[in-house]
Design a binder for this molecule. Structure first.
Ligand code: ATP
Ligand code: MG
Length: 506
């Protein structure tokens, strides 16, 4: 029988980075067996606050009490001893190891010599009553974002965490997967076995699964309440401090032009050498957004990597306006071809370089950023960065901070500003560009994508969020098992059919 969850109380927590008070005198009390949501816009201080609870950061002021006793050392190890566990916003699994190795090595009571046979038996028993299944022998590096997230959560359950902090766990899951995971956790909460502190940007999840909420705004407490007494509008107002302004870009009727981006019988393998993309033909015309829907792990990761030049196609090719396209700097520039990959901090940024430098990565070797020879013009990089930071509302607006220190949503904004700013875009390929963004930022990015399309670019949007595709795409394909198995327009979309196609049961 599991022990009941502890009562967690944080009193007057503050955390300062440099000159910035990121968390400012925040208090929170979580009774055992509650499902609590922590809300706030990108950069509000949510991740920082929960890292203080988890002992990853030492708070500059305040105290965390577990069942009334103050935590002393404030380390993740101490937190774990009290049954507190956390799934971080960025993955923490070891990519080169298997699922089983990751689960076993996370155990705090690991013996010096590991009896793998016994461990596997134990793991299999554990998996029998787990909410979702994963292949224990898979290498983490080969898993999709959604699968990795499931392993992160399984790891916490395996470690018998009783107070589980989840930092935007569903931003990489499909709505169905999210319901499955949160529904399972909800049942554990109701059975009195678990407390959950959930950071999310999705009001739907708050309304469906949470008992109560706390809202942060710019590092400060901005409101709290029981979910039954609140609605999304009230929560949005607490987050933003005022009614969010509604000005949106109009999606003008599609003016589909010539074929621009074309994939010709593209085939690619996954990291295990199995074919993951089975000969995909696809045309994106000028002035349209083509969406690719699908459950993660159906070849979209490999397809995107081929398009972005991070993976070689085994056969087939890509053309832009009929001309062969290869991911060289020269051709990317000539075709005005831009890619916004998934997990931008890992795939599209240099975490320790500054925000301004990251924004200039596309253009630093062109005038005015490059002067005679190889001299870089620092001042123009800084100015350009400042401009983009302002235009894309990156917070905090400091170009010289390492981009790795930005909150998740702000990294996304900075990278998008780079991809959309450097000259006129003709082809834009975006993968799940709104993962982890607050609703205001989602609207902002959708507006930029629509604007890019309205100006005549070809936009390919790969997204696990079907609602997003239904809202902004002109045509939608479903990818399943490495093939495009279904095509529809948002107007004609039949959700039941799409769901069946996504699930691979045609
Ligand atoms: N290690 C750090 N060094 C300096 N500044 C930091 C560091 N970590 C976070 N910050 C800053 O603290 C602020 C709050 O960041 P935090 O990650 O807590 O936000 P968040 O509410 O989780 O946002 P998001 O929804 O985008 O994940 C941001 O302005 C961020 O740039
Ligand atoms: Mg965060």
């Amino acid at each position: 029988m599991r022990q009941p969850p502890p009562e967690i109380e944080a009193v007057g927590i503050s955390k300062i980075f440099g000159a910035l008070k990121v968390v400012d005198d925040v208090s929170l009390r979580l009774a055992p067996g509650t499902f609590h949501a922590l809300l706030g816009e990108n950069g509000a201080g949510k991740s920082t606050l929960v890292k203080c609870l988890m002992g990853v950061y030492q708070a500059d002021a305040g105290v965390v009490r577990v069942d009334g006793t103050p935590m002393h050392a404030g380390s993740p190890r101490e937190a774990r001893r009290h049954g507190i566990g956390m799934v971080f916003q960025h993955f923490t699994l070891i990519p080169s190891m298997t699922v089983a190795e990751n689960l076993v090595l996370a155990r705090p009571d690991l013996p010096l010599i590991i009896d793998w046979k016994a461990e596997f038996t134990r793991l299999r028993d554990f998996l029998k009553q787990a909410p979702f299944q994963v292949d224990l022998e898979s290498h983490i590096a080969n898993l999709s974002a959604g699968q990795k997230q499931k392993v992160e959560i399984l790891k916490e359950l395996y470690l018998e965490t009783r107070f589980l902090i989840l930092d935007e766990p569903t931003s990489v899951l499909t709505p169905q997967e999210a319901d499955e995971v949160l529904g399972f956790l909800r049942r554990l909460v109701e059975a009195g076995e678990l407390s959950v502190l959930l950071i999310t940007h999705k009001f739907r999840e708050v309304m469906a699964f949470c008992d109560s909420v706390t809202v942060l705004r710019r590092g400060r407490f901005a409101g709290a309440g029981r979910v039954t007494a609140l609605d999304p509008e009230r929560m949005a107002a607490m987050m933003m401090g005022e009614a969010p302004e509604g000005r949106r870009v109009d999606k003008v009727p599609a003016k589909r032009g010539a074929a621009l981006l074309q994939l010709h019988a593209l085939r690619a393998m996954d990291d295990n050498g199995l074919e993951a993309v089975h000969g995909i033909d696809l045309t994106v015309h000028e002035g349209e957004i083509v969406g690719i829907a699908g459950v993660s792990g159906n070849g979209q990761k490999e397809l995107l990597e081929v398009i972005a030049g991070q993976r070689a196609a085994t056969s087939g090719h890509i053309t832009v306006s009929g001309e062969l396209h290869l991911p060289t700097r020269a051709l990317l520039r000539k075709h005005r071809f831009f890619v916004l990959p998934e997990e931008p901090l890992r795939n599209a940024a240099v975490p320790r370089m500054s925000v301004a430098e990251n924004i200039a990565l596309r253009v630093f070797d062109k005038p005015p950023f490059r002067e005679a020879g190889f001299l870089l013009n620092r001042a123009s990089i800084v100015n350009f960065g400042r401009d983009m930071i302002q235009k894309f509302s990156v917070r905090p607006p400091q170009g010289d901070a390492p981009i790795g220190d930005l909150s998740g949503g702000n990294v996304q904004r900075a990278i998008l500003s780079r991809e959309l700013s450097s000259g006129e875009v003709r082809v834009l390929v975006a993968a799940n560009p709104c993962f982890g963004l607050d609703f205001k930022a989602v609207d902002f990015i959708h507006d930029r994508l629509i604007e890019t399309r309205n100006r005549g670019a070809a936009v390919l949007l790969v997204s696990e969020d079907l609602d997003e595709l239904l809202e902004i795409a002109d045509r939608i394909y479903v990818i399943s098992g490495g093939n495009l198995v279904h095509e529809t327009t948002p107007v004609d979309a039949d959700l039941a059919v799409i769901g069946r196609q996504m699930a691979g049961s045609h």
